[in-house]
Design a protein around this ligand. Structure first.
Ligand code: CP
Ligand code: NVA
Length: 307
């Protein structure tokens, strides 16, 4: 693979994304069948976390173990990076010890700098801008449930955040239509939308950015919610809840999607806010398959980048 990192899905070609999804499917089948696949025997992944995590941490750590390697949890608070050591020095030093780095942090530029200064593959485990690993798992889930991506419609209702941005990038690359509905003032980053629209020209994906949840969700095959308050933005919480309530995915709003639409959520979820219990715990919800697929999709990414 030419591409040595996973910084955003915008950097990956359609073919690279589809290949990773194919490998993720194969790795999942092998793991379920008890077939050992030690593609990364003896390799080590460093995992830097400046924010909390359940799924990302556990899926990368278990995934690395299943691939025959090992993973190191590096809390940013406990390594010198948290005390001001530069990204330049951190990248150079870690490149001498480990075979790849997964990083979850605030600034996208820190992830890009790690890739620039280090000599090993860098995997973005979430920044304020994007969350590419999540979307690979989401796509694997959509393929399992719907058999394809191209030609389907995804609706993301809520904050124009990191998950929305990666969905835009991913859908544009795979030819899946996407509509994002956010309140005024909480729309997606204009540059991300512009890049996605550019990529969509090649695949025919239709991209809709709107303030109307009804418009976005209409006839959707997959409906996506995320928290209204992302990590690091907790101070706005009370004001946001008032602004976002009309964007709650409840039974009434969900009924505007296709009758067999699936419900996706990256988790963690806040029932009664971005989604009601009857939807997230209802028959159309696939959230736990989606969470499981973080493991398989990220194993595919690690094999592609680190083997
Ligand atoms: N969806 C996701 O990235 O979950 P964590 O924050 O638990 O890693
Ligand atoms: N948008 C959320 C995603 C969590 C996985 C956040 O950044 O907190």
């Amino acid at each position: 693979m030419n591409n040595k990192h996973l910084l955003t899905l915008h950097d990956w070609s359609t073919e690279e994304i589809l290949d990773a999804l194919e490998l993720a499917k194969q790795l999942k089948e092998e793991q379920k069948a008890g077939i050992v696949h030690h593609h990364l025997k003896g390799k080590t992944l460093g995992m830097i976390f400046s924010k909390s995590s359940t799924r990302t941490r556990v899926s990368f750590e278990v995934g690395m173990y299943q691939l025959g390697g090992s993973a190191l949890f590096l809390s940013a608070n406990d390594i010198q990076l948290g005390r001001g050591e530069s990204i330049y020095d951190t990248a150079n030093v870690l490149s001498r010890f480990v075979d790849g780095i997964m990083i979850r942090t605030f600034k996208q530029s820190d992830v890009e700098d790690l890739a620039k200064y280090g000599s090993i593959p860098i995997i973005n485990g979430l920044t304020d801008l994007v969350h590419p690993c999540q979307i690979l798992a989401d796509f694997q889930t959509v393929i399992e449930k719907k058999g394809k991506l191209k030609g389907l419609k995804m609706a993301f209702i809520g904050d124009g955040n990191n998950v929305a941005h990666s969905l835009l990038y991913g859908c544009a690359k795979v030819g899946m239509d996407i509509a994002v509905a956010s309140p005024k003032g909480y729309e997606c980053n204009a540059e991300v939308v512009k890049n996605a629209m550019e990529d969509a020209k090649a695949t025919g994906a239709k991209i809709t950015i709107t303030n109307s949840p009804e418009e976005a969700i209409k006839d959707a095959d997959a409906v996506y919610a995320d928290t209204w308050v992302s990590m690091g933005q907790e101070s706005d919480k009370e004001e946001k809840v008032k602004i976002f309530m009309p964007y709650q995915i409840n039974k009434e709003l969900f009924s505007l999607a296709k009758p067999d639409a699936i419900f996706l959520h990256c988790l963690p979820a806040y029932r009664g806010y971005e989604v009601t219990e009857d939807v997230i715990d209802g028959p159309n919800s696939v959230i736990f398959d989606e969470a499981e697929n973080r493991l398989h999709a990220q194993k595919a990414v690690m094999v592609k980048l680190m083997k």
